[in-house]
Design a protein. Sequence first.
Lengths: 366, 366, 366
Amino acid sequence: MKSLLKPSLNSLLIFVPVAVVLRVWPQFGNKTALFICSCLAVVPLAGWMGRATEGLAEHLGHGVGGLLNATFGNAAELIIALMALSKGLTGVVKASITGSIIGNVLLVMGVSILAGGMKFRVQRFNRTAARTSTTTLTLAAVALAIPTVFHVTAVGWSQATEHKLSLAIAVVLFITYACLLGFELVTHKQLYVGEPMDGREEGKEARRWSVSKSLFLLIVATSLVALMSEFLVGAVEAARATLGLTEVFVGVIVIAVIGNAAEHSTAVMMAMKNKMGLSLGIAVGSSLQIALFVAPVLIFFSCLVGQPMDLEFTLPEVVAVIVAVYLLFQINGDGETNWLEGAQLLSLYLILGILFFYLPERAHES
Amino acid sequence: MKSLLKPSLNSLLIFVPVAVVLRVWPQFGNKTALFICSCLAVVPLAGWMGRATEGLAEHLGHGVGGLLNATFGNAAELIIALMALSKGLTGVVKASITGSIIGNVLLVMGVSILAGGMKFRVQRFNRTAARTSTTTLTLAAVALAIPTVFHVTAVGWSQATEHKLSLAIAVVLFITYACLLGFELVTHKQLYVGEPMDGREEGKEARRWSVSKSLFLLIVATSLVALMSEFLVGAVEAARATLGLTEVFVGVIVIAVIGNAAEHSTAVMMAMKNKMGLSLGIAVGSSLQIALFVAPVLIFFSCLVGQPMDLEFTLPEVVAVIVAVYLLFQINGDGETNWLEGAQLLSLYLILGILFFYLPERAHES
Amino acid sequence: MKSLLKPSLNSLLIFVPVAVVLRVWPQFGNKTALFICSCLAVVPLAGWMGRATEGLAEHLGHGVGGLLNATFGNAAELIIALMALSKGLTGVVKASITGSIIGNVLLVMGVSILAGGMKFRVQRFNRTAARTSTTTLTLAAVALAIPTVFHVTAVGWSQATEHKLSLAIAVVLFITYACLLGFELVTHKQLYVGEPMDGREEGKEARRWSVSKSLFLLIVATSLVALMSEFLVGAVEAARATLGLTEVFVGVIVIAVIGNAAEHSTAVMMAMKNKMGLSLGIAVGSSLQIALFVAPVLIFFSCLVGQPMDLEFTLPEVVAVIVAVYLLFQINGDGETNWLEGAQLLSLYLILGILFFYLPERAHES
């Protein structure tokens, strides 16, 4: 299925050597060029990582395979974030968390529903599965808003209290993710079997990767993503200054779009094949993974390395996540979609993009 | 159908000459009397404009006619707002935007559902059509909240940035409206055909106006509305001072109720005939028109005349619009209503009215 | 039905004499011990009050009995609150209002859905009845947020205006409660008849109390609750200082859990018998009673005794109530529940508990 898009995405692999050249011989281009090239190079590599993970998951069976997919599905984003975190760029890291959620819910879902709705008058899917993931996403959105509520309300709070609060919430989110996996992979797996089966069948038609090939490509792709992330993070500050973009805009829009490009193409293609449930599962599942797995892991990691990060987001980020998830609920809560609903999600993405574009730097420090 | 109410509304036409007299010979009454008379005079004129527009629309067929209805349905409000805008009363204009949305969603819908629910135990309607318009309204409510989020967050923002942000959002809203019209009038018009057909049939029973009569009455009514608006806007400041009302209260409650009186009576009557879908369509449709067409047009106009208005509302207005639209979604999302749901909408209208009544003047300038 | 749990709850009655001893001879224990003992003693007494009220209600028939249940169902909480109010502890009283709503919606509902979902794959219930109560609760949550919106926005407001605003909102909430009772007990009682009938039948199997026994036990239990409340309220300040808990935490978590322990056990047992509709009715009904009956009565009482209380809550309380009610709507809006949804409600309760635990004292006074 993804093979249709592979040519175009794979052609972006050319940017891997280009980025290496720009890094080793800085005289060939400035940091902005390096930033753009490493961004573009991540796109096909993230797709490879996803495909290799899926390949391994298939050989491991539904249970363990599902867990593998659920854990490493957003590995590219996790690597970029860990890299940025180790350089102390917490602002960009936090913005990329909210950006990933908004990007998946509004941009990926919006394009999918619009593209699918162009071909099919109404597209239907399992309402209970859709509601379950949307409700979990609502819970995650609320949880991510709590440290900001604390920050706004608490007078005489200390940074230490804020870190403890964020850590405690990260633990609860992590447990919630475990519960969700238990629901999806064990107790109510029937809800999710229907459509993914079809997806897997088509996967068979395409050449399926063997375990050893999957494992080898996973290691290669992961290493290259790590390298590109190092370049990307190293050049981000200079690129931001040159392009006149704020930290929040880079995190929320730029990095989030790059990290999710692979999911994006798959979700759109599923929607155009009238497999809306699968399309929704990919986009919302990716958001959930970011909120309930990647975000807690980043908090745990930041505590381990002694540079604790909190989950206090800027007000516009909190508003953006909450309204995005709410609009998604209104749209998929009835188990059917049409093109207008896709246009509405894109419309909100555009409005939020405008907000983040005009928002001055460090506005939230006041 | 509307003919039942015509006598009572038409009797308000007496206030047209009364207002003219009060304006020309001020010794007969103060500005407060002029304000009240021109307010009352607008009510039947707005009804006439609506009926004449409908008359023209019928002769022009579904497509163009629908467009005409969608564009001129709230012409009376648009005229009052343009008049107020040209006198620099942006506070009143902005408050009348939020007030129109709240008034239609809570007051008009509330009275309709309550009145209909008194006669019928449960009233049902097309859930998809209701969800589509409510979701669009949610998107509009969120969009209108964005400049306020910007205002609260952005430190070191300039008025110019705020105007650019509002203008960009107005453009997106305008495009969203075009999408909605495409959905309603072209791609999914079947969803909306059912009930309006009945409404049109009944329209046949009542004397239908000819094209020339419709056009003539449209011109006369529009001219008189413009005249009355000029009086109304000229007297509003003096009347507010005398009656001890704040700018926001006048905009949100007084002007919004006057501008929507005609829709109000039609929506209630449809509900009492168990045509809940049509009733909902009128009230929610009017809100949508205000948010997605009138508000952008006012922003564009304000830029043209060099007195740019922004979409930054006071916090209570933003809260009011969002909770009103959210309650509406909870109530009509399942495709049926009962009297208690009408009472709940009115209850919220009352609570918000109390809030705006007690709110001190210019509270949002701090 | 409740008889299963009676032994364990009734054994807590031992704390009634213990509390009396601690109060009369303070040398046997400090105020913290007195606080804890009187807290524990209230639990079985509240259960007795509820059972005696139900006993009386059954003899009085559906209409008057329903009204009695609706009015005295939360009498224990009302007594504690009145006692605290008369000592000027408005902070604790207000926090116990929000805490009761959150506790019922998240803790009681969460444990019920989780426990029921462990035994049954999916549990179904009447969607219209569930939506009606959830929508009313949404309205109540919004109404309780309005004075806070006023407080944040209004510059130059006076305490007197705030009290008038709260009083006006309390009146609207009281009328809304009357409407809801009219809906549940008169116009749409069929919606609610199904399941409670079963409940009543089982009530027959257990020994039903006679009118005189019910009345006698109601008087005894009420007197003892009043006494324990007096102890509890008298010791709360000292206990808080010793345990290092804030006023808001004690109100929102501690007192709310104690006052609702009886409802809690009944709701969980109903859920485990697959009577999810009844379980939901108890928990949401209790929240509604607090918001629409207890809160207004407390406001009226506070005005009568000349110590007017307002409904201005802290921002975290407002956020907590709104997100709790919203999550409930997402979960029960489709008329079915599963164990994951229970876990999600508990997850949110945990997150909010963490927030209130870390929140420093008097943070909202700034």
